[in-house]
Design a protein around this ligand. Structure first.
Ligand SMILES: Cc1cc2nc3c(=O)[nH]c(=O)nc-3n(C[C@H](O)[C@H](O)[C@H](O)COP(=O)(O)OP(=O)(O)OC[C@H]3O[C@@H](n4cnc5c(N)ncnc54)[C@H](O)[C@@H]3O)c2cc1C
Length: 371
């Protein structure tokens, strides 16, 4: 299919990488984003070798490398602070790092600027209030009273996808895992040249995201799914780090700014049935939201975007394209969602403990395979 008019619902990582891929194929692309400020929170994200390969395919590799910081290994520590493993990554091409840490705002700016420069229209503060697939086209009514008609609609509207609720009402819903994550930015120590993972019931990670910045993530069991008020949340995060390795407790003393703490209950969700209906297809967290234990959620969304664009280019009709896209993506996304959840459950005693070093090495092997 060529020269289609495509609507993308959601201007996050999946929506924007789709827009970039589809503009490269010459389609007309409109992205609608609910958030009028189109902003993301300030901590970082890990992108592994498969995402750098995908960035290369999208023509944005140099932007990624400039906006983040590459590193080649994951180091595993036991709760006492002793390092027990250093796992090399799988660079996908000579000269490329195996992993990249990047601030979410820096990544958002890269993808947003590239999307706009590629010629996609981005409309902010807008949702779809009605989506009507006539079989020949999709007519969409928007929250500002306007409407449009499109050949295809791609829903990249995240884990709570309103489009999923409308188009695939029987699909799985996100489930709270019993664990939450706390994140905070710190100055990056000069010798931090890897993702450092401290195992334990309270899990901690240190992720370099620029020459002078890193972020800490802390996973804690939160069986009652509490909501913590912003006031006092820095002290609460500090208290969660009591009993962790000495190096982590030393860092904990610097957690003083309530507004700098990003807290999030962790959920998982995998749509096991079709990922499309008619001319409307879903992508990214809208169909496979993973807990972050393998650092691959955004990676899966970016890979989805490339595969979906390839299948749209190859197929003669939407049904064939969307079925082929899901067939190519399901197994890898299932692996990431289920393995991440296993690690999560092992950490909080809901399942047998998982060897993190082995799981990470296996994940690198899986995602280094072609998409
Ligand atoms: C704590 C945590 C840590 C993570 N760390 C990593 C990591 O290190 N590495 C990694 O690869 N992944 C990580 N992830 C996963 C990653 O953040 C997600 O997989 C990724 O953001 C999914 O992208 P998406 O575009 O599908 O959804 P989202 O990023 O959720 O984007 C959806 C967009 O759609 C918009 N939207 C929602 N509803 C509507 C609507 N009705 N109309 C219009 N717009 C709408 C939203 O405002 C948003 O901009 C992490 C996730 C969590 C929770």
């Amino acid at each position: 299919m060529k020269s289609l008019n495509i609507l993308i619902i959601g201007g996050g990582i999946g929506g924007l990488t789709s827009a970039i891929a589809l503009r490269r194929d010459g389609h007309q692309v409109t992205v609608i984003e609910r958030d009028p400020t189109w902003s993301v929170y300030g901590v970082g994200i890990i992108q592994q070798s498969n995402v750098l390969r995908a960035a290369q395919q999208l023509g944005i590799l140099q932007g990624y490398l400039d906006a983040g910081v590459g590193f080649d290994a994951v180091e595993i520590f036991i709760p006492s602070g002793q390092k027990v493993a250093r796992i090399p990554g799988h660079p996908v091409a000579p000269g490329l790092p195996s992993n990249l840490g990047i601030g979410r705002p820096a990544l958002h700016k890269l993808l947003g600027d590239t999307t706009i420069a590629a010629g996609a229209e981005v409309r902010l503060g807008l949702t779809a209030t009605n989506i009507d697939d006539t079989g020949q086209a999709v007519t969409v009514a928007f929250s500002d009273g306007s409407s449009g008609t499109y050949d295809l609609v791609i829903a990249a509207d995240g884990v709570y996808s309103a489009t999923r609720a409308q188009v695939l009402p029987q699909a799985e819903a996100p489930e709270f895992t019993g664990q939450a994550v706390w994140r905070y930015n710190f100055p990056r120590p000069a010798d931090l040249d890897a993702l450092q993972v401290y195992n334990g019931r309270t899990g901690v990670g240190l992720v370099p995201i620029s020459a002078d910045l890193m972020y800490m993530y802390v996973t804690t069991p939160e069986p009652d799914n509490p909501r913590y008020p912003t006031e006092g949340i820095a002290a609460m995060m500090r208290s969660k780090l009591a009993g962790t390795a000495p190096a982590i407790q030393a860092l904990a003393e610097q957690i003083t700014d309530d507004a700098g703490v990003v807290y999030r209950p962790l959920e998982g969700m995998l749509v096991r049935g079709p990922w499309h209906k008619g001319r409307i297809v879903l992508l990214g967290d809208a169909v496979h939201a993973t807990t972050p234990h393998l650092g691959q959620g955004a990676g899966m969304a970016v890979e989805d975007s490339i595969v979906l664009a390839e299948e749209i280019a190859r197929a003669a009709d939407p049904e064939t394209a969307f079925a082929a896209y899901r067939a190519r993506r399901f197994e890898r996304c299932r692996y990431i969602v289920e393995k991440s959840l296993e690690i999560c459950h092992g950490q909080i005693g809901k399942g047998p403990p998982v060897d993190n070093a082995q799981a990470t090495a296996e994940m690198f092997e899986v995602v280094s395979q072609p998409i």
